[in-house]
Design a protein around this ligand. Structure first.
Ligand code: SF4
Ligand code: SF4
Length: 131
């Protein structure tokens, strides 16, 4: 059986591969958005995120629980999220609004397929961490 620390490092590596693929799409769609989806409540980690950081043996900046959950996320800047992708709650990575879901496969089927493959890998590896 593989060590959990190795699985966590694999997840981190997948995030590094995935991030530029997602950003190629979001950088074209999100700047035009009038209802930005990054709210404070999305910045909260779930148990699986925390398990990943535990085995990765890295500290991450925690969100401020005193901020209104419906306020803009404290990690959102005018250039987008300031956290590297592996430090964001996983929901921030798998969530795609309707506009993006329509745009991505139209823009590049190849990149879209690679992106979904990596997302599936991360999901699978996160379930292995819990096993
Ligand atoms: S993902 Fe969609 S809803 Fe969120 S900021 Fe980008 S365009 Fe707007
Ligand atoms: S992607 Fe970044 S800015 Fe957006 S909700 Fe997640 S942590 Fe906040």
């Amino acid at each position: 059986m593989r060590k959990k620390e190795d699985i966590a490092r694999e997840i981190e590596a997948r995030f590094q591969q995935l991030s530029p693929l997602i950003e190629a799409f979001t950088s074209e769609v999100c700047p035009e958005c009038r209802e930005v989806c990054c709210k404070q409540r999305h910045a909260l980690y779930d148990e699986d995120d925390l398990l990943f950081y535990k085995y990765l043996r890295k500290e991450v900046p925690l969100p401020d629980n005193r901020i209104d959950p419906d306020a803009p996320c404290e990690f959102l800047s005018s250039q987008g999220c300031i956290k590297p992708r592996w430090q964001r709650p996983f929901r921030c990575t798998w969530y795609f609004c309707e506009a993006l879901l329509k745009y991505m496969p139209e823009r590049s089927v190849k990149k879209y397929r690679k992106m979904t493959e990596l997302l599936r890998d991360i999901l699978f590896l996160r379930s292995e961490l819990k096993g």
